[in-house]
Design a binder for this molecule. Structure first.
Ligand SMILES: NC(=O)c1ccc[n+]([C@@H]2O[C@H](COP(=O)([O-])OP(=O)(O)OC[C@H]3O[C@@H](n4cnc5c(N)ncnc54)[C@H](O)[C@@H]3O)[C@@H](O)[C@H]2O)c1
Length: 257
């Protein structure tokens, strides 16, 4: 019997038996991933700095919520030490700064690098040793963007720099820990319809025009949905991608063609 048929027959999920930890699960892509991973059988530990947002996930079968600020090293250490076991880590937290070099004060640069890049370093520095000690490999998925080393976009100066750094960091990790069967891959989305995107549109002088502009740059003629990104994350978290590491997965409605 083929794997897919077996799954249907046995009602198996694609992530059965895996402990799946993620950041920024309170809304947008992270929330969609938490829900889909739980549906696929993972034991999900959904974290976010915003406890109010996490309340929407409380009581969902397979999901345990935990307030975690990925800018806080002590909190991360305590959290990592509190877990008996982990198989998947999805570093999703990130912030989009709007502006060019001329709008980017040093504090903006530091905040974006701390949240988008240093948090990945800190999370990995506690979770990679844990995965090594467990001795059964694992999958770490890091959130980059097509706006990175892949593509420039107007007014995404420090954002693009941070996401390019995530791509480089991911490749280094993939090479250094491949012998431990720990896989590292990045997700590089185009524009996805999430609450923070809606906030960015609202912050523009003409939100309707901003919406049209966001759509115009994606050749498939629409925004992506959080679920469309979640399908890719589930694939990279699952054993279906066991031969995949060190790669960057563009999912951008054709923006970068
Ligand atoms: N939405 C897009 O179009 C898009 C495109 C490419 C990449 N991304 C990336 O995807 C990720 C998620 O974006 P989104 O738009 O789905 O989500 P979002 O921006 O709507 O939500 C971000 C979540 O991160 C949480 N968060 C913020 N600071 C945190 C911290 N210090 N510690 C823990 N959690 C924190 C927030 O509380 C919120 O729940 C980001 O890294 C973003 O750069 C998004």
């Amino acid at each position: 019997m083929k794997l897919e048929q077996q799954r249907v027959y046995l009602k198996m999920g694609r992530l059965d038996g895996k402990v799946f930890v993620l950041s920024a699960a309170g809304q947008g892509i992270g929330k969609a991933v938490a829900l889909m991973a739980a549906k696929e059988g993972a034991k999900v530990i959904a974290t976010d700095v915003n406890g109010e947002l996490l309340k929407q996930l409380e009581g969902v079968p397979g999901i345990h919520t935990q307030v975690l600020d990925v800018l806080n090293k002590q909190e991360i250490e305590k959290f990592a030490n509190s877990l008996d076991s982990v198989d998947v880590l999805f570093n999703c937290a990130g912030f989009v700064h709007h502006g060019t070099l001329l709008d980017c004060a040093e504090k903006d640069w530091d905040f974006s690098f701390n949240l988008n890049v240093k948090s990945v370093y800190t999370m990995c520095s506690y979770f990679v040793p844990k995965l090594i000690a467990q001795g059964r490999g694992g999958s770490i998925i890091n959130m980059a963007s097509v706006v990175s080393s892949i593509k420039g976009a107007p007014n995404r100066f420090v954002y693009g720099a941070t996401k390019a750094a995530v791509i480089g960091l991911n490749k280094s990790l993939a090479v250094d820990f491949v012998q431990h069967k720990i896989r590292f891959n990045t997700i590089c989305p185009g524009t996805v319809d999430t609450p923070s995107l809606r906030d960015r549109m609202a912050a523009q002088g003409d939100p309707e025009q901003a919406y049209k502009d966001f759509i115009a740059r994606q050749k498939l003629g629409r925004l992506g949905t959080p679920d469309e990104i979640a399908y890719l994350v589930v694939y990279l978290a699952s054993d279906e991608s066991n031969f995949v590491t060190g790669q960057d997965f563009i999912i951008d409605g054709g923006w970068s063609i």
